[in-house]
Design a protein. Structure first.
Length: 129
C-alpha cells in the first residue's frame, strides 16, 4: 500500500525553534512511563524550549496553561525527572536528550527527588570513562 499525504500542500518541515518531539519517546517506550499530566508537561516543555532545551515558565503559568493543580504539576515534573526526560532547577526546566544515561545515574534519578542540573552533570563527568 502506498501512502499519500491527505493535505499535500501542508507537509510539515522542521521548524527553526527546535520543537519537534523525538520519535524515540515512543519507540523506546518512555511515553509508557508517563502519566497524562507528565506527557502534557513534556509536550509543553518540548514546544517552548530553546535550542539548549531550556525554558522558564513559572509554576503558575504552567498550571494555567495545562489546567493542573499545584500537586499535579509537582507530580508530573517529578515523573519526568525520574525517567530522565527533564532536569529542573527552579525556575529553569531543561528538556534532556533521549540518549541513554549511564545506568547508575538512571537508577539514582529514578529513586531520588528532583536533582539540580549541576549535580547531574557532575555525576555524568565523574562516571565518564
Amino acid at each position: 500500500m502506498q501512502k499519500h499525504p491527505i493535505y499535500p500542500v501542508r507537509i510539515r518541515k522542521p521548524p527553526k525553534q527546535f520543537s519537534w518531539v523525538d520519535h524515540r519517546l515512543v519507540r523506546d517506550r518512555l511515553i509508557d512511563q508517563c502519566s497524562h499530566q507528565s506527557a502534557a508537561l513534556y509536550l509543553f516543555l518540548v514546544t517552548v524550549a530553546d535550542a539548549q532545551g531550556l525554558s522558564y515558565y513559572s509554576d503558575r503559568s504552567l498550571m494555567l496553561r495545562l489546567n493542573m493543580e499545584d500537586h499535579d504539576l509537582a507530580a508530573a515534573r517529578l515523573g519526568l525527572v525520574r525517567i530522565g526526560l527533564i532536569a529542573y532547577q527552579k525556575p529553569f526546566y531543561q528538556v534532556l536528550p533521549l540518549d541513554a544515561f549511564p545506568v547508575s545515574i538512571q537508577t539514582r534519578t529514578a529513586s531520588a527527588h528532583p536533582q539540580l542540573i549541576g549535580h547531574i552533570f557532575k555525576q555524568i563527568i565523574k562516571e565518564a570513562p
